[in-house]
Design a protein. Structure first.
Length: 195
């Protein structure tokens, strides 16, 4: 990885020189436009000075190009998450995040016969959204039924259990944050009613 970074940084100087020549600019003219001295620009182009944001941002503005173009940022990898279902008892869990740590997303399919509450506790914070079916959520002293389009969030240190009401399997999306990390779900605010 360090070799890749060194190669990317080494290519910045020639890329800067090529852009300047392509636009038929002198170092002096570019210095006036960016506020960076001609000698610093020259050292950047020759590789004698390492690029940093304080130097690259004014150059990106002067050339009217994205910063990625100046540094030749590597392409972003395939953002798709490979879906690998996991059987957990009678339920099917599909992890929807690839990164370890931090909030995790899951799609869960809970069978219709998972109806007997068995509340558990553990560290974390959970957000649930019902995609299909009817979810029964037992949370501390609450016994709640959630239908498609409804959501719930709770501290998982409270005794909790969720399953089906018995009518059909339930599909949910679950966001789980370890160590009590709360999810930040953004929604358009409801319009205020006018009197």
């Amino acid at each position: 990885m360090a070799n890749d970074d060194a190669a990317v940084l080494a290519a910045v100087g020639p890329r800067l020189r090529a852009l300047r020549k392509k636009r038929d600019l002198t170092l002096s003219r570019l210095a006036e436009t960016t506020g960076i001295s001609a000698s610093t620009l020259s050292r950047l182009e020759s590789g004698e000075r390492k690029p940093n944001l304080e130097l690259l941002l004014p150059l990106a503005r002067a050339y009217e190009v994205p910063l990625d173009e100046l540094v030749g940022a590597p392409p972003v990898g395939d953002p798709r998450v490979p879906l690998r279902p996991i059987r957990h008892g009678e339920s099917t869990i599909v992890p929807l995040t690839q990164q370890a740590g931090g909030p995790q997303a899951f799609k869960m399919v809970i069978p219709a016969d998972r109806r007997e509450p068995d509340p558990r506790t553990h560290e974390g914070y959970e957000w649930l959204y019902v995609l299909s079916g009817t979810l029964r959520l037992v949370l501390a002293e609450h016994d709640i039924v959630l239908r498609p389009g409804e959501a719930a969030e709770f501290d998982t240190r409270l005794p909790h259990w969720f399953g089906s009401t018995g009518d059909a399997p339930v599909e949910i999306l679950s966001l789980f944050g370890p160590q009590g990390e709360r999810m930040h779900v953004r929604a358009k605010p409801k319009a205020a009613r006018r009197p």
